[in-house]
Design a protein around this ligand. Structure first.
Ligand SMILES: [Zn+2]
Length: 499
């Protein structure tokens, strides 16, 4: 109930995109449509049983006296900048629905926090501002965002309460969204008055240091837990930021939501930021080269050694077709080696050849020249599949249904197994392998294209996980990117930055 005694009526909507402004492939309307622009009941169908943000929001609709109305939600792989056309059409439709189906007691926004459109470098801030302008200053808005968010003051100023995931890999989008919904419902009922504080120290943390299960992030997350125990603290967050979005707000940020006391919120955000700043020397990348990593993996007493292909981090906007590790493995004679490659043409050639047949072909590196060169292989087609699989356990982001498109398992004469996909898909679920009959456990070296997101899938079977400094649009070597819009000074680019 709201304070007039009728049910609390909440709209939920969102456009979620992690934009790699260095990636070439733009996020067009067609891209979003292909991955699904979901309206109304379609949102429930695809997300209610997932572990994603939307699931947490929808769950609030089961609370007594609360109604949650899903309007529109869409997301697509982290690729390049969102086109103006896609942004205006999607956000325009979202706002039309919000206007036509109102009035609302509150709004629950599902954004990523690192979205960039051609027109708006701070696309999330623009969406928040438009929603605020439409519904007016008095209707509470909740925002649940990804831990990779580059949070801007504009995002925060246009919403009532912001909650950031507290795990990377992201296993908690659903409970964080629920936490956000609860703050909004309690605000509507007049039980609390959230005030937010955002602190943006001039620091970026390397992608290879972002796993929350290890230092330095483990300590930063436990600092957040400490702040959460303070009286009146409604939420507290550390956003790691997303270094491949070249925007002014790129970098880490610290956010608190307090019940009524702005200075308590500010003091806590400052404390979190200061603690992180003091650890900044630990935020810098330090990973082995492809050759070093492959030699160590091949020589390891026990497999599989899972090599994270950091430069071809599909979850970070890479093309998924890097051959850097494959070519090095071929050159070094590394055996019992498994990896995926996004290569629709190679998959089609294998489909034409048929199961059980042997063919020679060039694979990978079709997108650009930053991710190696096509590699010549000769292999036997073991399996053809439609590439669809389902992941019942919470993995990165909480998604459940996956579609890699026509997928081929090819065993090559190098004693390598290549899983060729026809759609761009990350390695975040081990079901991707099991669904095609591949047992990664049987290999000495398994490549996962990512940094942190493949951990829930591969940690249970890995003898060891190693991050590799491969080149690419998500390379951990940030010095190779030509930033135009980021803040200066920003540590570690400017090591003398002060805070
Ligand atoms: Zn993320």
């Amino acid at each position: 109930m709201n304070n007039s005694g009728s049910p609390v009526r909440l709209a939920t909507l969102g456009l979620s995109h992690e934009t790699n402004t260095f990636a070439r492939l733009p996020a067009t309307y067609e891209r979003f449509a292909e991955d699904g622009i979901l309206r109304g009941a379609e949102v429930v169908r695809d997300y209610a049983e997932s572990h994603a943000t939307l699931a947490g929001y929808l769950e609030a609709g089961d609370w007594p006296g609360v109604e949650v109305v899903p309007l529109l939600f869409t997301q697509t792989n982290p690729i390049g900048t969102i086109t103006s056309d896609a942004f205006e059409r999607i956000v325009g439709e979202m706002l039309d629905l919000l206007r036509d189906q109102g009035p609302w007691d509150g709004v629950l926004l599902a954004l990523h926090g690192a979205a960039v459109s051609e027109q708006y470098p701070d696309a999330d801030g623009e969406i928040a501002a438009r929603v605020r302008a439409l519904i007016g200053p008095d209707v509470p808005i909740g925002l649940a965002i990804d831990m990779h968010a580059n949070i801007s003051p504009r995002m925060i100023d246009n919403v009532t309460a912001t909650v950031v995931y507290r795990t990377n890999p992201h296993l908690d989008p659903r409970p964080r969204a629920r936490e956000c919904a609860e703050i909004i419902v309690r605000t509507i009922r007049g039980e609390i008055r959230p005030v937010q504080a955002l602190e943006m120290p001039p620091v970026a943390i390397n992608i290879v240091k972002q796993f929350t299960g290890e230092e330095p992030m483990r300590s930063l997350v436990s600092d957040v837990a400490e702040v959460l125990r303070r009286p009146g603290m409604l939420s507290a967050s550390v956003a790691e930021g997303y270094p491949y979005a070249d925007v002014a707000e790129m970098g880490m940020s610290f956010l608190t939501v307090h019940d009524g006391n702005a200075s308590a919120a500010r003091e806590a955000a400052n404390w979190l930021a200061r603690r992180a700043w003091d650890r900044r020397a630990q935020f810098v990348g330090d990973t082995p080269s492809p050759e070093e990593a492959l030699r160590a993996a091949a020589a390891a007493p026990r497999g599989p050694v899972v090599l994270m292909d950091v430069g071809d981090n599909i979850g970070g906007g890479s093309p998924g077709d890097s051959t850097v590790l494959l070519a090095a493995a071929q050159r070094l004679g590394v055996r019992r080696y498994l990896q995926t490659l996004f290569d629709p043409a190679a998959a089609a050639a294998c489909v034409s050849a048929g199961v059980g047949h042997t063919l020679s072909l060039r694979v990978g590196a079709n997108t650009d020249t930053r991710h190696g060169r096509p590699v010549e292989v000769t292999g036997r087609v073991r399996v053809l599949s439609d590439g669809r699989f389902e992941e019942p356990t919470p993995t990165h982001g909480g998604y459940r249904f996956f579609d890699g498109g026509t997928t081929v398992v090819l065993d090559t004469s190098d004693d390598h197994t290549l899983v060729l996909t026809s759609r761009l898909i990350g390695n975040t679920s081990i079901q991707q392998m099991y669904a095609t009959g591949v047992r990664p456990e049987a290999y000495q070296v398994v490549v996962a294209k990512g940094v942190v997101s493949p951990r829930p899938a591969y940690e249970p079977i890995a003898a060891q996980i190693m991050l590799v400094n491969t080149p690419g649009v998500t390379s951990s070597d940030l010095s190779q990117f030509d930033y135009r819009r980021r803040r200066r000074p920003l540590f570690p680019f400017e090591p003398d930055a002060v805070y």
